[in-house]
Design a protein around this ligand. Structure first.
Ligand code: PMP
Length: 335
């Protein structure tokens, strides 16, 4: 019940099929694919980083025909590009990532749901790296399915994926011709485990109570601060970081300012340094994790995460100070 109320607040939705599943963010993606796709169905996936790639791989394992649109590294998709692809491929499901953590790209979601529904297509959105750090309005933006991860901005331990399906998505699941291939993620039965359909609760599996308490506490902390305040704190911290990075003469992978994800910031590795020397220095001397790239950005970027309790001015200043020192060290100690 409390979790449902929290979802209304976080995702801004009123769906009855709203729950947390026993898994990290990957399982949220898997649950979308296995519940909403049947063999032969067409799914359109926006690919501008590793998460679109992963979603494509997962969808194909359920026998779906996978169509993709791709954006250049560090870019997002325009509504026109998405609409053109919907017209061309006529998929039954569109999958979009709001916060592409491998590239640091933010994808605006507003408007996508409306065009999906014009073409009888459902919209699924991954908010694992973005929920709580940027605005999200599931109902207003006509998002049919959305999931996140407990361990990012929500600040809880990893292991639970908040997920919600609206009526349209629910109807799609209940009118499947074939059973959902993964029993563990089957929403027709998991829904009763969470008493989503008005029936008495029925045992399905044993969810971790400790993780549930952790998630509850993470959500409570955000509720106390106020979601809008938390989102604003993330925005302000990212701006502070960006100003500091400019002062260090560094360049952003994401050129368009409006396409920069505040929660994961990607910085081009300068040509005169070895990225591993920089990240190892920060970890060895300060226990600070500056990540390297992931998927298409390996060897190309540093990634600085500002999520939850790490999104504070102090942490930003600390990261900038260490990054400056680590870059100097790397320049002086070239092999
Ligand atoms: N989607 C996005 C956008 C992510 O950033 C991540 C994790 N970095 C995942 C999915 C997968 O989440 P997890 O590692 O919790 O399985």
């Amino acid at each position: 019940m409390i979790l449902k109320k929290a979802y209304n607040m976080f995702f801004k939705l009123k769906n009855e099929l709203t729950l947390a599943i026993s898994t990290s963010g990957h399982g949220g993606m898997e649950a979308v694919m296995c519940n909403l796709l049947e063999p032969g169905d067409k799914v359109l996936i926006t690919v501008n980083g590793i998460w679109g790639e992963r979603a494509s791989l997962m969808a194909s394992r359920y026998g779906a025909q996978v169509c993709r649109i791709e954006a250049p590294l560090g870019s997002n998709f325009s509504l026109q590009e998405i609409e053109d692809a919907l017209i061309k491929h006529q998929p039954s499901l569109l999958f979009v990532v709001q916060g592409e953590s491998s590239t640091g790209v933010y994808q605006p979601i507003e408007g996508i749901g409306r065009i999906c529904h014009k073409y009888n297509c459902l919209l699924a959105v991954d908010t694992v790296a973005s929920l709580g750090g940027v605005p999200f309005y599931a109902d207003r933006w006509e998002v049919d399915v959305v999931y996140s991860g407990s361990q990012k901005v929500l600040g809880a331990p990893p292991g639970l994926a908040p997920i919600s399906f609206n009526k349209k998505a629910q109807q799609r699941i209940f009118s499947r011709k074939t059973p959902v291939k993964v029993f563990y993620w089957d929403m027709t039965i998991l829904g009763d485990y969470w008493a989503c359909f008005g029936n008495p609760r029925v045992y399905h599996h044993t969810i971790s109570s400790t993780l549930l308490y952790g998630l509850r506490e993470g959500l409570a902390l955000i509720a106390e601060e106020g979601l809008e305040n938390v989102i604003n704190r993330h925005r302000m911290c990212a701006l502070r970081l960006h100003n500091g990075l400019r002062d260090l003469g560094l360049e952003f992978l994401v050129e368009k300012e409006s396409a920069r994800l505040p929660t994961v910031n990607t910085i081009k590795v300068p040509t005169d340094v070895d990225w591993k020397t920089v990240t190892s220095y920060a970890m060895k001397y300060y226990f600070l994790e500056i990540s390297g790239g992931l998927g298409p950005t390996v060897n190309k970027v540093f990634r600085i995460g500002l999520m939850g309790y790490n999104a504070t001015n102090d942490k930003v200043d600390f990261a900038l100070k260490i990054l400056k020192e680590a870059l100097e060290y790397a320049r002086e100690n070239k092999s």
